[in-house]
Design a protein around this ligand. Structure first.
Ligand SMILES: N#Cc1ccc(Nc2nc(N)cc(-n3ccc(CO)n3)n2)cc1
Length: 286
């Protein structure tokens, strides 16, 4: 169910960082189509050699992304296995991960952030309709394909990345480090259900409206675990309507979390105009 890409058709460029048990590199792939050689810029995601036992889960995550296609889901061209290297070949998304982009950009507008939130909600709605749980929703896994330009007011465009290695195979320390994105019930079951993605969506909303700042970033794993044991909530955003949506998503009882349709409806009803005017100070152009 996968397109296999020959290793000799891949060119490797610089390292772009790492994820859980993976390294990512910029690169390119060449392929012949009707006798013509095409070279495409790609993102090469390599599974660490010392986590080779995770290769099924690594490729399962990729196959999830290539069995279904949606404008806000990352395109996976295929996989390449060479000696001990397991490689996922993804479309190269121009502006990279949203968390880094938000940290770098001094001020993106409230409507820009809402637009990104709506796109993520649409991607989740699409997955929910197919009864597919993603399991790793966070700003680091939102990729910015188009910046959107404040002056011409054209909007950003994001793509949701692959979920990566499944929770069951990640160590407890990695799972604890994913607090508060990982839903509380997952700590016991290590199983990902649709409701888990709603919890993660709430945490990702918090990140987006806190300019990419990671929630609970200062806490060590023990204190992160206590955050759940004490049924704590993230600090509320000033924008109460948005803070309400985040707390609906981040309810400890999974069945009480809103459907994607409800999330989309609530996002659409958030009036950016008065909020933007009320808080014009923190959205001044750079
Ligand atoms: N400077 C810079 C820069 C870095 C990366 C890209 N592009 C890209 N394309 C993808 N398909 C996936 C990713 N990812 C980045 C983190 C993750 C974790 O999941 N993925 N980055 C573009 C610019």
């Amino acid at each position: 169910q996968f397109h296999m890409i020959k290793h000799e058709d891949l060119t490797w460029s610089e390292s772009l960082g790492q994820g859980s048990f993976t390294h990512i590199f910029r690169g390119s792939k060449t392929d012949q189509r009707d006798g013509v050689t095409h070279s495409t810029e790609v993102l090469l995601k390599v599974l660490d050699a010392n986590h080779k036992n995770c290769w099924e889960s690594f490729f399962e995550a990729a196959s999830l992304m290539s069995q279904i296609s949606h404008k806000h889901l990352l395109l996976v061209y295929g996989i390449s296995v060479h000696k001990s290297k397991n490689i996922m070949v993804q479309e190269f998304v121009k502006h990279g991960a949203l968390d880094l982009y938000l940290k770098k950009s001094t001020s993106v507008s409230v409507s820009w952030k809402l637009d990104v939130a709506k796109q993520l909600a649409c991607a989740l709605n699409f997955l929910e309709e197919k009864n597919i749980a993603h399991g790793n929703i966070c700003a680091k896994n939102l990729l910015l394909a188009r910046e959107g330009d404040p002056s011409t007011d054209n909007s950003p465009f994001i793509k949701l990345s692959d979920p990566g290695i499944s929770m069951a195979l990640l160590g407890k320390d990695v799972v604890l480090d994913r607090i508060p994105w990982v839903a509380p019930e997952v700590l016991n079951t290590l199983e990902i259900e649709l409701e888990c993605d709603k919890w993660s969506f709430g945490s990702t909303l918090w990140e987006i409206f806190n300019n990419g700042e990671a929630p609970l970033q200062g806490l060590d794993p023990i204190h992160k675990q206590q955050f759940y044991e004490h049924f704590s909530n993230l600090p509320a955003l000033e924008w109460t309507e948005l803070a309400d949506l985040i707390s609906q998503c981040m309810q400890y009882q999974p069945e009480l979390r809103p459907s994607c349709r409800s999330i989309i409806r609530q996002l659409n009803s958030l009036i950016t105009s008065d909020y933007e005017i009320l808080h014009a100070s923190d959205t001044l152009p750079k």
